[in-house]
Design a protein around this ligand. Sequence first.
Ligand SMILES: Cc1cc2nc3c(=O)[nH]c(=O)nc-3n(C[C@H](O)[C@H](O)[C@H](O)COP(=O)(O)O)c2cc1C
Length: 171
Amino acid sequence: MEYHELIRKRFSVRKYTSELLTPGQIDEILMAGNVAPTAKDVQPQRIYVLESREAMAKLSEAIGPMVFGAPNAFIICGDRDEACVRPFDGWNFSQTDATIVTDHMMLAAHDLGLGTCWIGYFDPNVVRETFSIPENEEIYHILIVGHPTEDCVPGPLHAKRKTLSATVRVL
Ligand SMILES: Cc1cc2nc3c(=O)[nH]c(=O)nc-3n(C[C@H](O)[C@H](O)[C@H](O)COP(=O)(O)O)c2cc1C
């Protein structure tokens, strides 16, 4: 899909069919994340792919209704020990990098005709324990993904974008 059309058509999908992603679709989404820019090209992102129904059942138990019946998901983490650190203020780019990676993956999924929802509302300690994610990897986001149901529509917040004048300052 043409880029401008893609970013305008995307919305958070919270209603999915049970159809699993194919290995090819999972690879394409992962490759989109792989070409994302990261600070100093360190690539501190660590991505856990939940490809089986068993893994998704575990996720459902860990985060509850935020799975929205999605058949697959990615848990996006970042290795803070490996990430680039800005010397002036000690800012660690791990989360910034992981966020850009997640955005690339989200848009790639929509380009494949799939739906996603970016999930931030979960207890990272529970997710860490459920999937034995090592302590040096910060757990930032979960991207649920799958085929939207035919009657799936954007949520009420989708159309509520602020005007540019509310968010942009021209200097
Ligand atoms: C960092 C982040 C965290 C989010 N966490 C959740 C979440 O936990 N549950 C949820 O249903 N949606 C979540 N969303 C989706 C937003 O609610 C959604 O993007 C926003 O309301 C705009 O709607 P749209 O994506 O349909 O345009 C999250 C989005 C972002 C970027």
